[in-house]
Design a protein around this ligand. Sequence first.
Ligand SMILES: NC(=O)C1=CN([C@@H]2O[C@H](COP(=O)(O)OP(=O)(O)OC[C@H]3O[C@@H](n4cnc5c(N)ncnc54)[C@H](OP(=O)(O)O)[C@@H]3O)[C@@H](O)[C@H]2O)C=CC1
Ligand SMILES: O=C1O[C@H](COP(=O)(O)O)[C@@H](O)[C@H](O)[C@H]1O
Length: 506
Amino acid sequence: MQNSPALPCDIVLFGGLGDLAQRKLIPALFQLDQFGLLHSSARILVMARKTMTTEAYKAHTLKRWQGMATSLTDEQRNDHDALEVFFSKVQYSSLDFQTPAGYEAIVDWLQARPASTNGEVGDKPVPQVYYLATPPSVYGDICCQLDRAGCISERSRIVVEKPIGHDLESSCEINEQLATFFDERQIFRIDHYLGKETVQNLIALRFANNLFASQWNHEQISHVEITVAEKVGIEGRWGYFDKAGQLKDMVQNHLLQVLCLIAMDPPAELSADCIRDEKLKVLKALRPITPNQIGTHIVTGQYTAGTVDGAHVPGYLEEDDANTHSNTETFIALKVEIDNWRWAGVPFYMRTGKRMPLKSSEIVIHFKPAPHYIFDPDQKHMLGNKLIIRLQPDEGISLRMLTKDQGLDKGMRLHEGVLELTFSEVFQSQRTQSAYERLLWEIIKGEQYLFVRRDEVANAWRWVDSLVETLAHANVKPKRYSAGSWGPVASIAMIAMDGLTWYEDA
Ligand SMILES: NC(=O)C1=CN([C@@H]2O[C@H](COP(=O)(O)OP(=O)(O)OC[C@H]3O[C@@H](n4cnc5c(N)ncnc54)[C@H](OP(=O)(O)O)[C@@H]3O)[C@@H](O)[C@H]2O)C=CC1
Ligand SMILES: O=C1O[C@H](COP(=O)(O)O)[C@@H](O)[C@H](O)[C@H]1O
């Protein structure tokens, strides 16, 4: 990315005063610009309901950045020259997205690009990116109005956020609306986990190292764990989260995408469709969880008040705007089985929750023990190598291996050692881009391999819908867990039924 040419683009950002735009998208665009990746002719039209001038928008954004968590360092927030250059590319315009009046402003703005700046890189037309950082309920209206105003052409791209709908049916409706106006190659469905450096690194780890490629199956791997633990609660998003829950907010998209990258077969080439074809096969092979598997294959939880980082935090039902009777899950643990040749008999244990003790996303691949054991019987439990892939924080890879313990008195006692690859040490001088920076960059380039295809969305929802039905059918209520713990004890019992423990318990 560092040596890439700066690219021209016209980006229309709908919902520019919203949380996502202010916390993630504008900072990411600023960083792309600061690191020389936005061409001097690049332009950003920010649209939101409120009437304000471009100057006022800039002031509002800079003020919000001071008080909110963004990917920006203090140094970047205070780089006045770079901010000046970036905001000279930004224009603000107010618009009610659902009414036609005002869309002419987009037409005028698009036409205002000087013809001389239209084809700077390889004579390709400058892409026009419509980024919908809005509730999905207005996607249809925005598309209709863009079409009516004549803003959609070959050079247009549309970007939509997760979640795409709240079930299969609603996601199909949204995808149908998008497809009415845009070809699939113009649609960029964001799952920001695909923009994380370490998530992409799964592809390099698996398909550039034959050492692993040849071991990556049911013959060598006993089980896999995927943990995505968050310290945060629902961050003032009760209205959205209570309707979604952790299953729809995190599993339907982020965890299933990570699972796909771990479980998929090697793609024939690194093209968007080859990668997405392989991910799709995994989604289609997910075995539904049935009502008689509750407790053995699925456990849900909801946090009560507790302590995180030494501070008291409220329970889910005491959050702002909370409804005291909600049964929405803030934690879920799953035992997932993949019905195909490669993974027959290999359980994938997944768990994700809010208000856990740590922010940690980690994959643990447990290799089977050697077939014949010749060492001390009391060390037999140590057998089986583990490959630990840390997605965040402290990104890196550890391989836990057994060696001989040193010393004359040790005989052939085994010692567990670690081969460690910590990315911050390996790439010391390099900055890690935020997920949104990388995704925006790929959108501007027109590369789709980090975005989710329509059929992936549908198949992920199909499986999640069946889980929702299973939970509803059995009238499952989430089990309580204290904020700052690793979820309900039932999730520890779930994996213990198979004679295992979650990795941090080891
Ligand atoms: N926030 C986050 O971290 C994440 C968000 N997302 C997704 O991104 C999208 C945006 O989320 P978020 O930023 O949190 O939502 P917000 O509600 O904070 O922002 C939405 C923005 O859209 C504007 N808007 C909505 N309807 C209209 C309309 N008819 N006319 C003009 N403006 C309108 C709102 O303006 P107004 O305030 O005036 O209503 C607001 O500026 C959602 O789809 C969400 O699911 C996905 C992952 C993470
Ligand atoms: O999409 C979402 O992701 C965040 C977690 O993202 P991370 O990059 O911080 O791991 C989650 O908190 C939020 O509820 C969800 O909507």
